[in-house]
Design a binder for this molecule. Sequence first.
Ligand SMILES: Nc1ncnc2c1ncn2[C@@H]1O[C@H](COP(=O)(O)OP(=O)(O)OP(=O)(O)O)[C@@H](O)[C@H]1O
Length: 240
Amino acid sequence: MTTTLLQIDNLDYKKKNHTILQNVNLEIDLGHFVGLAGLNGAGKTTLMRLIAGTAYSSTGTISLAGDKNVAQRKSHLSFSDELRGFNKYTRVHDIQSFYETVYPDFSNERYHELAQFLELQDDDRLGSLSKGMRERLTIALTLARKVPLYLLDEPFSGIDVLSRKKIIKGLLSWVDDESTVVISSHHLEEIKDILDQIVIIKDQTIFTHQDTETLIAKEQCSLEDYFEKIYTREVQDDKL
Ligand SMILES: Nc1ncnc2c1ncn2[C@@H]1O[C@H](COP(=O)(O)OP(=O)(O)OP(=O)(O)O)[C@@H](O)[C@H]1O
């Protein structure tokens, strides 16, 4: 039996009179790892912000775990876009304490496991962290919440290749089976082993949403090759 977690209907989004996304319809069930792909500027971050309620559209509807209200939606998701409000002197453990206070679903136990695995130091100040270490902290904080939906926006772009491989494998064990993770990435080959679905944004809308295994069997090519093909118009969309 499948259970719908996220349902988006007829969503349009404009910024300064410029259409960013139009006629977005998407349904994602519980318990999946979903890759979100698209060229630079396709609208991946925008779509995540709309789902997370940090961007707002007056058209269409977004329902998460049955809730359309933004405040309720936010309680069902953890979005990797939140390290902004802290100043550079804030220590890692203060950010963790803040998360613990603000989010009732924050698991200190899971955070400590993640922090150890990601080699985070409690006393480090935000300003002293490299880009990759900030990303590790973001991953730990985002995944330490126990929610049905995780939105990870380019979570590994600054992390070195060896650590990235280790972290990608680890993702499967840090997330409850019934939760869904949506990961945007420009490196589909790197995350292909953990993905079971792929969503591609093209021409300001959802070009395709498919099971990765079905897609690979049907197209007889890798996810990255498929991604290239759709931009050279060799394939038609085939939505789930
Ligand atoms: N604050 C803003 N004001 C105006 N346009 C914006 C703003 N934020 C994003 N956009 C535009 O919205 C479009 C989608 O941007 P978005 O960041 O969602 O794309 P993306 O797929 O995440 O790109 P990338 O892969 O480069 O991160 C782009 O054309 C971008 O220029």
